[in-house]
Design a protein around this ligand. Sequence first.
Ligand SMILES: [Zn+2]
Length: 684
Amino acid sequence: MRYAALAVLTLFLSKHCFAQCASTKSLDSPPIGTSLADLIDPTLDPCSNFQAYVCHRWFVSHPLTPGVSMSGIASRLFEGEGILRHRLIEEAELAPRSTPANKLISMYVSACKQAQKPKEKIGPKAKEELRKIDGISNGRQLAREIARVQLSTPGGWSDASSPFFTISFSDSVEVMPRGVATIEVTGHSFIREASAQTGVGNSELDKQHYNRSIEAMFVLAGESSARAKADAEWSTVLEEALAAFRKNSSGANGHDSLRDLTYVKKSVPGFDWKLYLNSLGAGHVRVLKVNSQINLAQLSNLISHSPMPEMRAYLRLHFLLLASKGLGPGFARAAAIAAEAKNNETEDSQPPAVDCYAAASDDMPDAIAEAYVGEKFSLEDRAKAMSIVVAIQNALLRAVDHASWMGEETKSEARSKVKAMILNVGYPESWHINQLRLDKKDYLVDLRRIAAFQLASNTNSKEFENDRKEWRVPPDTMNAFEDPVANVLTVPAGILQYPFFASKATDSENMGSIGVIIGHEMTHGLDSEGETVDSHGRARDWWTDADKQRYTEASGCYVRQYAEEIPGLGRPDSKLTLNEDVADNGGLALALSALTETLPGHEQDLQVVGPDGLSNLQRFFVAFGSTGCTEVSAEASRYLLAHSVHALPMIRVNNAVSNMPAFRSAFGCSAKAPMVKPDPCVIW
Ligand SMILES: [Zn+2]
């Protein structure tokens, strides 16, 4: 599995942490299938303000508390995430042999806990690592050792404490083709950064804290206090040199930032990047992109021209910082103080000890996701969810047939893209994580094994067709994704739960909630951004000029509609939200089309009224409205209005339903009702 950032990651859910995400309120509604009709406020008119009709009662019983900027029915999902992970880890510890995932989790936690016991001296494995660093005497050994230090903990290569630079592997359009890695110079300087940032904090005090804590780490690692002091000073000089160099070398970058390794080898002497990449396990990388004010030649020279003793001290320190949680409580605390000081956040209190459950959550996301799926997501859930995804995909194909703004040539391209879409639903076909072998006895060894395992699945080393089948997020992720480059739709098990989905809920509820989200995501593959990449991931405009013209005219309807003044808040920037508005409306239309096709197979139709008193059509819209029951403070609304690509929750719900003639008939709205647009907008 690979966790590269997706080029387009659409949050229909509003997990925007405007101010304080952690303090959003909890939800105490009963599960999907029993409560939708209870949500409704029958004293309100659905045709005047549909979101209020569906959400008002919930808003009244869950008022925003001071300091909380956003809260909604879906918030519960995010709030429960940490608690659920904690419980899954606890259960794995109690029953380690029950599943492969539980075995991995329990071994990880056991080794981690063992490492947190106080000890007098540094352990033999750590000593061995330090000896390797001290044995460096030439550039080739240095290249290998930098990679080793970066691999001493999961994500070490992209951590702020990575020596000299971080390296990351991306798969977004701009760095196609594959085999490109981005290098970013690290290093830090207290005085400059403190004044350049906010000007608050005492940078001199932070520097003292930092130096004292890294000196303490050198002493814990077995050095005399005199040598520790000298090593700490040397290391800090190198950190500051890197930071200063990064800032002062603003010339000669730009065209120099993307470099083929063949060129690098010939023209940039000093540091052996090929050997470094091979040692890291990223030998497939052919092009390096330097994402800093410094270019590759300057960075190579800096690394290869620093004196060896200084270099060794610097590398020893970075190993101790990166692997601190595996070295014992003294190291972990010192590293935490150093990190606080570096970030200008020195606190009076002692940092807490390493939390092995939190560490497991960070380092073993796939194993925890596997445990999550084992407990919370059945084969029946997966089959049901897949049937919804396929029904929406078919609805999109029908919508393409009927799209009046698309010419025949473009329709054919669109159909190919929709049909070629990979549908990742629930969880992957196989759990790669089960191939990981842990040692239980030594946490340092485990951290290194996990790091190598993660890096191997994190690099963009595979060919496009194989690579696009990989899951890019852990399956317990509570969101849905569309990756326009790989043409992959991912609906993880994490979001396939209340209030979005339940395999036992009615078709109308599931289509109105998760169905709309899936439809929303799918339309992104065909919108004004999706049209720049074809079904094979090639960057190519596949709309004709005439299509573009007609799309601009048709979508202009949304631009006008979403720019309508919101009382007390002003006019939204509807050009900023256009793609998301089109996707919201498209998602709702596709889900209704899919529901209409699905119901007859279950001896139902849109007009049949259920025990809750709602017709299937009404329940569909209420389910949709309920996913938009998110209250936003005035301050947060103003912020979102200026910055978010999504319209405000109330607008997202109300504008989308008022563009649907079926909504008008479902609730018997008059032609002049606020929720009835005289000239509805249509793209899909
Ligand atoms: Zn979107």
